[in-house]
Design a protein around this ligand. Structure first.
Ligand code: ZN
Length: 218
């Protein structure tokens, strides 16, 4: 049954990048996007088209998982040149870049060593919860995952990955594509949180915009 026209259902898709336990990784990211229901259909169609250009015979067998595409170890990414793999990740992110502004990105970046003995994933969830009411909204919204949703989850995976590469490797080529989609008000990028202690001069969009706003108010 279709929901009544007046009901606007905002769907939220989250994924993580980086691992809490891998000591080689300094950061853990929880990120994704929120979209209106009709937008999730549009995103699914766009990513289906991209999948078709990669595997015309089996587009539904193509799953976009950014770290797998990047490492080129499993089909259909095996045999891709590094440039082609990077281009595929960017093509996925471009779907978000091209989406209407009601599609918003958000992410929490946790510097693991800043919070010794604590679960970085819990910190990321709490931050999302207090800043955007994400937890409450999750609890209020009938939550479902079906085949149509999986393409949007794959896009969420790419958002988390783009943010992870920006902080972990100083590689902003993915992040820059979707940077303008992070929720922003009066020049403050609320959609991006960077939790790191002892890095007061950080020039990332989250820290920089917050400092500028604080100096405006004082
Ligand atoms: Zn920062």
């Amino acid at each position: 049954m279709e929901p009544p026209r007046t009901a606007v259902i905002h769907l939220l898709y989250l994924d993580d990048a980086g691992s809490a336990s891998n000591p080689k990784e300094e950061y853990l990211v929880l990120g994704g996007l929120s979209v209106y229901e009709s937008q999730s259909h549009w995103i699914t169609r766009e990513l289906d088209k991209l999948a078709e250009s990669i595997e015309p015979g089996d587009p539904h067998g193509v799953e976009f998982h950014a770290s797998e595409i990047f490492s080129r170890r499993v089909p259909p990414w095996k045999g891709l040149k590094p440039d082609e793999a990077r281009g595929t990740i960017k093509s996925v992110l471009k779907v978000l870049a091209d989406a209407r502004d009601t599609a918003r990105a958000f992410a929490c970046v946790v510097h693991k060593a800043s919070f010794p003995g604590r679960d970085p994933m819990e910190i990321a969830f709490r931050t999302l919860g207090t800043r955007w009411g994400v937890i409450r909204r999750l609890a209020d919204t009938p939550f479902f995952v079906d085949s149509r949703a999986s393409r949007v989850i794959q896009l969420a995976d790419h958002v988390a990955y783009a943010v992870f590469r920006r902080y972990q490797a100083g590689d902003a080529q993915y992040f820059d594509l979707v940077a303008s989609k992070f929720d922003e008000e009066d020049g403050v990028v609320h959609g991006l949180a960077h939790k790191e202690i002892g890095n007061p001069g950080c020039m990332c969009p989250a820290c920089l915009s917050r400092r500028i706003n604080e100096s405006r108010r004082s």
